[in-house]
Design a protein. Structure first.
Length: 67
């Protein structure tokens, strides 16, 4: 059975930036294709807002919804 995780804005941004502030356990969970990651829309909106303001540096990404 896959593990499920809720990803907040900081974890998403740090993962996309490759930032060392993201903990090792979180990094492994986010890289594991068997993990079910739940991204609240507010966390995605916050990450996009910070990106548009140039407050964070990561390339645009695609989100894939799988059920």
């Amino acid at each position: 059975m896959a593990s499920e995780f809720v990803v907040d804005a900081h974890a998403l941004i740090w993962f996309l930036e490759g930032n060392a502030r993201l903990g090792q356990a979180a990094k492994l969970a986010m890289e594991d294709p068997s993990s079910a990651l739940h991204l609240p829309i507010i966390a995605l909106a916050e990450a996009c807002w910070l990106w548009r303001r140039n407050d964070v540096r990561f390339r645009p990404f695609k989100i894939c919804c799988v059920r």
